[in-house]
Design a protein around this ligand. Structure first.
Ligand code: SF4
Length: 369
């Protein structure tokens, strides 16, 4: 059974295989599409309706986000990690160069990013429990809170108390990917370390919801398992979280495995057009949710998906600790970057497409009762 839905993968595959162009068209016209419509929209039958999907998604994106597209930048604190994810260059067994930033160094990197005009920061770290502690993150947040209007974390899972402390310190969003929702694949790819526990990984985002984070970011690392099954599980997970944590926004990301992930060959790769269809389907079924596309993807893909599905894109990213102050380190990170444009170039390119590029869409004052 897939998590959060009492449906077998076999039944999902049956639905996908039996969808027709007519049911896909009906899903595109639906006033309140649900998870069955999502399946129709990612089914093989939808392949010929890509232009119609683009149009429908663009209308919904405009309705909920206007012409805006928000920029954010990730800041890597540490690439030490106790886990052994087979697909990641930061895994404990890898010989990649390691670096941890102190609070002063993290603040100095953040100042560079602030200098780009960025106002939303994502703090990222490998699972490095001896250095990136809750106290470290609280102190870092205290330093950064006045510099950025939106702060989020993508770090090792914490317990509810840890998340509550971060939320009270001023962290607005939590990103925690399940990586793959397929239990067998998960167990094969996470052989050791705290992350080896599939169920605990699923539960931690619940702790984050209970702590009150304004945004809950979820996703699957695409390429590990059949993208259509991952899409269905991700949607089911989102519906469950949305019902329970209705005050929080759900943010979807669709990261694809890139070449730096060592010798690892993605067992179930997903093409660019399939990725686009997945993003369009999520925009249509979750019109109010955030969709974020990172610099793993090319500028062409990112610019085009910003018109139809994405509400948030990263810019000027370095995926290595210290990469903003030391430009030579910038691209030696957790994954390879396919869009290395600076903030001004991203801003100019998106503006030329008629989009309003925003760096700020939140202020802590909004949270005052
Ligand atoms: S994916 Fe995350 S948890 Fe896994 S090895 Fe890489 S940094 Fe560590």
């Amino acid at each position: 059974m897939l998590p959060y839905v009492k449906i077998s993968e076999e039944a999902v595959r049956g639905h996908l295989d039996s969808a027709t162009v007519d049911v896909v068209s009906a899903s595109l016209r639906s006033a309140a599409p649900g998870i069955g419509d999502l399946l129709n929209l990612i089914s093989p039958a939808a392949e010929d309706l890509l232009p119609e999907m683009r149009r429908a998604a663009a209308v919904l994106k405009k309705k909920h986000f206007g012409k805006t597209i928000k920029l954010y930048t990730p800041l890597y604190i540490s690439n030490y990690c106790v886990n052994q994810c087979r697909y990641c260059g930061f895994n404990a067994g890898s010989e990649s160069e390691r670096k941890r930033l102190s609070i002063d160094e993290t603040t100095a990197e953040a100042e560079v990013i602030r200098g780009y005009g960025i106002d939303s920061l994502l703090l990222v770290s490998g699972e490095d429990p001896s250095h990136v502690t809750v106290d470290f993150l609280v102190e870092t947040t205290n330093r950064l809170r006045g510099m950025f209007s939106y702060l989020a974390v993508e770090i090792a899972p914490l317990d509810k108390n840890g998340y509550e402390r971060l939320f009270e310190a001023g962290i607005d969003g939590l990103t925690l990917y399940q990586e793959t929702y397929d239990r067998k694949t998960y167990e094969e790819l996470h052989p050791a370390g705290p992350k080896a526990d599939y169920d605990k990984r699923l539960e931690h985002i619940v702790d984050g919801g209970e702590a009150g984070f304004r945004t809950l970011g979820i996703g699957a690392l695409l390429g590990l398992y059949d993208w259509r099954i991952e899409a269905f599980s991700l949607a089911a997970h989102a519906l469950w979280l949305r019902k329970r944590f209705w005050r929080s926004k759900i943010q979807f990301s669709f990261p694809r495995i890139t070449s730096i992930d060592g010798d690892f060959q993605p067992p179930r790769s997903i093409s660019t057009v399939e990725l686009e269809r997945m993003a369009l389907a999520f925009r249509i079924v979750f019109p109010e949710s955030e969709i974020s596309i990172s610099t793993r993807e090319t500028r062409e893909f990112r610019d085009s998906i910003a018109l139809t599905a994405a509400s948030t894109v990263s810019a000027a990213s370095s995926v290595v600790p210290g990469g903003y102050l030391d430009a030579e380190r910038r691209e030696l990170g957790q994954f390879s970057l396919n869009d290395t444009r600076g903030v001004e170039r991203v801003r100019a390119d998106l503006s030329a497409l008629g989009l309003d590029v925003v760096t700020k869409d939140w202020d802590a004052l909004f949270a005052v009762a």
